[in-house]
Design a protein around this ligand. Structure first.
Ligand SMILES: *[C@@H]1O[C@H](CO)[C@@H](O)[C@H](O)[C@H]1NC(C)=O
Length: 187
């Protein structure tokens, strides 16, 4: 029995291994939508970075963890899911509409929403549950904390143009970091 169990465990581990062989294959469209998100965030730029130097801040995105290739599939999906949800919480707001070109902003939010819907399905497949909170672990919490810092900062800076600029830049970097996770889930 013990042998059978460990054999089963080994099989499960193999099928959960890197590469998303469990069945959560992100479509090419999803990856392209991610690229589009990074492009839109780039297009939104309004100031030269030098102009806002004094407002710079390190929000401590967990970059090494995201780029390190150590996350399990469910964790990776959960991290991406949290990034999309939290980015919507930042950009799909009246504060944000007041600060940015609304046409680009709408495109950005629509794209984020579509990718989020994609990942909902994925997360359910991987955890086998309706409750997508199950994939949530330390890495996801680190992303949540990162976005909490962003909200606190925007609030402190009273949503100034420079504060938005710094935030836009940082979130764009975060999405560049996470592109490797997306690629991995596509394999
Ligand atoms: C943005 O917010 C509005 C209202 O709060 C909501 O109806 C809409 O679904 C949100 N858009 C996305 C893409 O989540």
């Amino acid at each position: 029995m013990a042998f059978v169990l460990s054999l089963l465990t080994a099989l499960v581990l193999v099928s959960y291994g890197p590469g998303g062989s469990l069945g959560c294959d992100l479509s090419l469209n999803h990856v392209l939508a991610g690229r589009e998100t990074r492009n839109l965030l780039k297009q939104m730029r309004r100031h030269s970075p030098h102009f806002c130097l004094q407002d710079r801040k390190d929000f401590a995105f967990p970059q090494e963890m995201v780029e390190g290739g150590q996350l399990q599939e469910a964790q990776a999906i959960s991290v991406l899911h949290e990034m999309l949800q939290q980015s919507l919480n930042v950009f799909n707001t009246t504060r944000s509409s007041a600060a940015w070109d609304t046409t680009i902003l709408e495109q950005l939010c629509t794209g984020l929403g579509e990718q989020l819907a994609d990942l909902d399905g994925c997360l359910q497949q991987v955890t086998g549950e309706e409750d997508s909170a199950l994939g949530r672990t330390g890495p996801t919490d680190a992303v949540t904390t990162y976005f909490k810092g962003i909200h606190v900062y925007l609030n402190e800076k009273e949503y100034s143009d420079c504060a938005w600029e710094i935030v836009r830049l940082d979130i764009r970097r975060a999405f560049s970091s996470s592109a490797s996770l997306q690629e991995r889930l596509r394999m």
